[in-house]
Write a protein that binds this ligand. Structure first.
Ligand code: SF4
Length: 349
């Protein structure tokens, strides 16, 4: 099997070219072809001597995926189903906003966490993605946006923000996630503060991430203010209590000076009541954070429902009156299978 070039950084590419008797400059050229020009084959790297391309191709390949399905929503959100080298499939989403072009990437094929309300969680776990496979998603969204001439900021079709919020738990694929953050920043030029890691609350991962001291945004998918409720929604993560997660978050803020985002998916009749809002408000007291409320996006096969507008409003007001900054995620891609795992599920069916 060929090794892949995508996922290597500038200095690794320089080392690689030196080991085959070429200068480090050739390594930097390969980096530009991979990350700036998004080539799919070594043959496409036309500034490299033909002989060198042939030599490289005996051992390496670029490592791009194939687009197995594409959906475009009325609001120009695009969702891609990508087929990987081993025929596994993952989803990635591109969301054009007025002020940015955001990409939501997957970090695993399937997910071992198995949240009760998530289509991906119900389909089991296959494997971790490599850093190259994570970067490939961003490149694939950019290319698709260009082909469709999607109206993005300045029509540049360049991704400006990346959220690690697709299929999988990024902190359970720690090394590839950290490597991908550095590649996005150093090779694709996306500012660290425009990169967001979303975790369901894997405490050892939060503590390791704090030590990296990156200027990224950490988002915690809390979804419940008590252990009892969290057990129902995220049964596999029982070994870390809500209190332990919040303690790790307080330490994270102390070490990095970065504000944390708490994602809270509002599920009708489950976690959207006044008591839950008050419990959440007291839990987060004094913590440098903001809460992002996500009204649940119903999935046909899962028996949870979207919250009523009034419950979203009163939940929000309770938090705000406790001095917490609250945002509400805009529902994007409503006319496509927008919740993570749905396109893959349909394609498998
Ligand atoms: S919500 Fe995220 S962590 Fe939970 S099962 Fe789905 S992909 Fe995994």
């Amino acid at each position: 099997m060929h090794k892949t070039l995508l996922g290597l950084n500038k200095s690794e590419l320089e080392t690689l070219t030196k080991t085959i008797g070429e200068s480090g400059y050739r390594g930097r050229q390969i980096g530009q072809w991979l990350y700036q020009h998004s080539v799919h084959t070594i043959e496409d790297m036309t500034s490299l001597p033909a002989q060198m391309r042939t030599r490289l191709a005996t051992e390496y390949e670029v490592g791009r995926s194939q687009i197995a399905a594409l959906q475009r929503s009325k609001d120009n959100t695009i969702k891609l189903l990508l087929k990987l080298h081993d025929s596994e499939t993952i989803e990635t989403v591109g969301i054009p906003y007025a002020d940015r072009f955001s990409c939501c990437v997957s970090t695993q094929v399937g997910c071992p966490v198995g949240c009760a309300f998530c289509a991906t969680g119900q389909s089991g776990f296959k494997r971790n993605l490599t850093a190259g496979e994570i970067i490939d998603q961003v490149l694939s969204v950019q290319e698709t946006a260009q082909k469709l001439d999607l109206p993005t900021k300045n029509n540049a079709h360049r991704i400006s923000h990346v959220v690690f919020m697709g299929m999988g738990e990024p902190l359970l694929n720690y090394e590839a996630t950290i490597q991908a953050l550095h590649l996005l920043n150093e090779e694709l030029g996306i500012a660290m503060r425009h990169l967001t890691i979303s975790t369901v609350g894997f405490v050892p991962g939060i503590r390791s991430l704090a030590q990296e001291n990156l200027q990224i945004t950490l988002a915690i998918s809390l979804h419940a203010p008590t252990d009892e409720l969290r057990r129902k929604l995220i049964p596999s993560f029982q070994q870390w209590t809500v209190e332990e997660i919040i303690r790790a978050c307080r330490d994270y803020v102390k070490l990095t000076g970065r504000r944390i985002t708490f994602e809270y998916c509002l599920l009708r009749g489950i976690n959207d009541n006044a008591a839950a809002a008050q419990q959440l408000a007291s839990l987060l007291k004094g913590l440098n954070c903001h809460v992002n409320l996500i009204p649940y996006n119903a999935v046909e096969t899962i028996p949870f429902r979207a919250p009523f507008r009034e419950s979203i409003q009163s939940f929000r007001e309770t938090l705000e009156s406790a001095g917490i900054i609250v945002t509400q995620r805009q529902q994007r891609g409503a006319s496509i299978a927008a919740a993570c795992g749905q396109l893959r599920e349909r394609s498998d069916a």
